[in-house]
Every structure is written in structure tokens, then in C-alpha cells.
Design a protein. Structure first.
Length: 243
């Protein structure tokens, strides 16, 4: 075990975001629709769809909801066609930010996202301007009550790269290719999973504090509250302010 992932700050105020259940469902359903459109409606043979359906189940979404989304993606039911867009930007204090969006109207979404960055002293960059600072990584966060011996054995035998003790949780890191096998092993062992997903992990970090941190957190809140935004990834390193 090594390193320090600060998983809880990768997505700012995850608990507060998850409390907005309707928005969470909307984002997951969009991902399911697009995944089914691109790779087919068979969950077993479409890794991206399987990951999205796992997230739907993890959020206690009714089965009918995500099954309808699959049918919309495959064309069995009529539905909106979404376009995937990735915005690369620098935020307050020079923080690198990647915003993954799904939209039915790019001409609406792009100006909205740009306005958020402008409001808080950031700016959108050209394609490739910050993407090189991030790489895809599987991340499975497990309740801290699980013993070290158990989680290390389950995760590493299934092909995980590392297991990190975050105090409040265990963080299992995997390559994108090994993610599903490790997740299946964790589920088979009935370990209590807090969160499991493919993330964009930063290779460097930028320290933030004071007014720069305040502006950054407001920016992230605005982005995550936008219905077209699926994920916000960043390389900010900071102490979460007390409410």
C-alpha cells in the first residue's frame, strides 16, 4: 500500500451532490443511453454500459428507468440524441480542470460552461491543453470497517494496482482494463462499496487556499449543478473548508 489519493476531494462535496437525487439519476441515464447507442444494449458485452448500470443500481435507481434508457440508446424507444463534449480549462489559481458533458445542444452548453470559468477568473483552453495531466484509472472506494488483510487479498489477487488507506475509507486503484474484474471480486466478497467508477486521475497537483480556493469551490459547484455536465475532474489539492 502506498500513496495518498484524497478520493473525497476528486469530486467536490460528493455527499451534497448525491443528495440531489434527481440530477444524479439524469446524469446516469444519459450515460446509459449513450453507452447503449455506441456499444449495444447487452450489458454483459458492453463494458461502458455495464459500468453505468452498476452506478444506476448503486444509486437505487428503479430497474425500469435504466432499462428504458438502454432501449432509447439502441433505438427501440424514441429518445434524445446526446453528444459527448470534453472541455479543458484552467481555473482559479491555475488549477487544471476537465469537464465531461453530454448535451443535445452544444451551442447552449459551451457558452454556459465558458461563462462559469470567466466568472471565477478561469478560462477554457484548447484541446489537449490539460488532458495530458490526467489518465484514466479505476477507483473503488470501500468502507473503512473492512480489515486490511481482507481488502488487500481480494483486490490484489483480482489484479488491482494498489490499495490505499484513507482513514475514512479504503481506496482500490486499478488500470481501466482490470477495473471490472476487481469490481466483480469486491462484489463477490460482499465488501461495502461507497463508490466505484473510472476516473481521470491527475499526475500533478496544484495547491489552493484562501480566496482562490473559495472561487474554485464555487466554480465546481456551478459546473456540477449544470444538467449537461457529467463529471468534473481537477488537480486541486486543498483542505475542505468547514461549513
Amino acid at each position: 500500500m502506498s500513496g495518498h489519493s484524497k478520493w473525497s476531494t476528486i469530486k467536490h462535496k460528493k455527499g451534497a451532490a448525491d443528495a440531489k437525487r434527481g440530477k444524479v439519476f439524469t446524469k446516469i441515464l444519459k450515460e446509459i443511453t449513450v453507452a447503449a447507442r455506441l456499444g449495444g444494449g447487452d450489458v454483459a458485452s458492453n463494458p461502458r454500459l455495464r459500468l453505468a448500470v452498476d452506478q444506476a443500481k448503486g444509486s437505487n435507481m428503479p430497474k425500469d428507468n435504466w432499462e428504458r434508457a438502454i432501449k432509447k440508446g439502441t433505438g427501440e424507444l424514441e429518445g434524445v440524441t446526446y453528444e459527448e463534449v470534453v472541455y479543458e480549462a484552467y481555473g482559479p489559481g491555475g488549477v487544471a480542470i476537465m469537464v465531461e458533458a453530454m448535451t443535445d445542444n452544444k451551442n447552449r452548453t459551451t457558452p454556459e460552461v465558458r461563462s462559469y470559468f470567466t466568472k471565477f477568473g478561469g478560462e477554457l483552453g484548447a484541446q489537449g491543453s490539460v488532458a495530458y495531466l490526467f489518465s484514466k484509472q479505476g477507483q473503488i472506494v470501500v468502507e473503512s470497517e473492512v480489515s486490511e488483510d481482507t481488502i488487500v487479498e481480494v483486490a490484489l489477487e483480482a489484479g488491482a494496482d494498489d490499495v490505499i488507506n484513507e482513514g475514512e475509507a479504503w481506496v482500490i486503484k486499478t488500470s481501466p482494463e482490470a477495473y471490472q474484474a476487481v469490481k466483480d471480486a469486491v462484489d463477490a466478497a460482499k465488501l461495502p462499496v461507497i463508490e466505484a467508477k473510472i476516473i481521470m486521475a491527475p499526475s500533478t497537483s496544484t495547491a489552493l487556499e484562501g480566496s482562490k480556493l473559495t472561487s474554485f469551490l464555487k466554480l465546481v459547484d456551478l459546473l456540477e449543478d449544470n444538467d449537461d455536465v457529467q463529471n468534473v475532474w481537477h488537480n486541486a489539492d486543498y483542505e475542505e473548508p468547514e461549513d
